[in-house]
Design a binder for this molecule. Structure first.
Ligand SMILES: C[S@@+](CC[C@H](N)C(=O)[O-])C[C@H]1O[C@@H](n2cnc3c(N)ncnc32)[C@H](O)[C@@H]1O
Length: 276
């Protein structure tokens, strides 16, 4: 199993062997992920951690307690951003959220929420519409470090210009800074925004449902899954949606044609679908 000539691109078979051993030792299963993506992530991981070969990788996994968590967190890329792809948030606001005024209670699931920016973005749109009180948001991820950040709702200032620009394109009349406290390095989201958000650990690949929802957002997560698991996850979403429930995927997520009998596009450019 050990490849002693790193750095060189790891092969899918080598990585499968490593992940088989990790599954036995830690019960963590990488089998649903797309193998090309995993290999690229693994190569970057080895370089970032100055590991010369897979023997060094194993030594670190075995001798350093939290290294396996670092590995999982870095392999399942967590990039996210407040109001990422603002045109989608604009459509969500005008075509979906605006219809919720006459409904008594709404449940939303944000699957693969990373550090929580999507959940706070949604909460801001709901607050604008005075709907926050009747919407429950469940936001889940497998990355516990990201979930901890999400629960705190504290983000670095480094990305502030993008956040301001994204939000201004949705609501030019209001400043996103009115939803957070700002200090020199950080933004802390107002705590009232998260009063109806539950951040929880959940692994999409072991198929358990999280309840029944009117809207599911799962953006930029399924791109990492292979076709078989993508279908399983989409069936899980179908079963978790109430009649007329909506599903929003990421721009690079393609709905497999086999799912055309389950979801119909509301806006295919924005990857917004409704349950049939
Ligand atoms: C690129 S981020 C997307 C974050 C956010 N949805 C967005 O679009 O801005 C992908 C997220 O999916 C999560 N993820 C990867 N595999 C997962 C799984 N099996 N179950 C749940 N979340 C997963 C990662 O931990 C990461 O936080």
């Amino acid at each position: 199993m050990f490849n002693n000539n790193f750095p060189h691109p790891i092969t899918p078979t080598e990585l499968q062997e490593i992940h088989y051993a990790i599954a036995i030792r830690y019960g963590i299963n990488f089998s649903g992920y797309e193998s090309g993506m995993l290999c690229r992530q693994f190569d970057r991981f080895m370089i970032r951690h100055h590991l010369k070969n897979t023997a060094e990788f194993w030594t670190k996994i075995i001798t350093q307690n939290d290294f396996i968590s670092t590995y999982i967190n870095e392999m399942t890329v967590g990039f996210t951003e407040m109001f990422r792809n603002p045109e989608m948030w604009q459509k969500l606001k005008t075509d979906i959220i605006s219809l919720w005024h006459h409904i008594q209670h709404i449940d939303v699931w944000i699957a693969g929420c990373s550090s929580g920016e999507e959940a706070y973005s949604l909460a801001i749109l709901l607050e604008e519409e005075r709907l926050l009180g009747k919407v429950n948001i469940k936001a889940t991820d497998i990355n516990k470090t990201s979930l901890n950040t999400a629960k705190l709702g504290i983000y670095p200032q480094s990305n502030i210009q993008t956040i301001i620009k994204n939000y201004a394109s949705i609501n030019p009349k209001r400043d996103i800074l009115s939803f957070c406290h700002q200090n020199t390095n950080e933004l802390k989201m107002h705590s009232q925004l998260s009063k109806n958000i539950k951040f929880e650990y959940h692994n999409l690949l072991n198929q358990s449902t999280m309840g029944y929802f009117d809207l599911i957002l799962c953006r930029n997560v399924m791109i990492y899954f292979d076709d078989i698991f993508k279908m399983k996850v989409l069936h899980n979403f179908y079963n978790s949606l109430r009649a007329d429930g909506k599903l929003i995927m990421g721009y690079y997520d393609i709905l497999p044609t086999q799912m055309n009998n389950f979801f119909a596009p509301i806006n295919s450019n924005m990857r917004i679908y409704k349950k049939i």
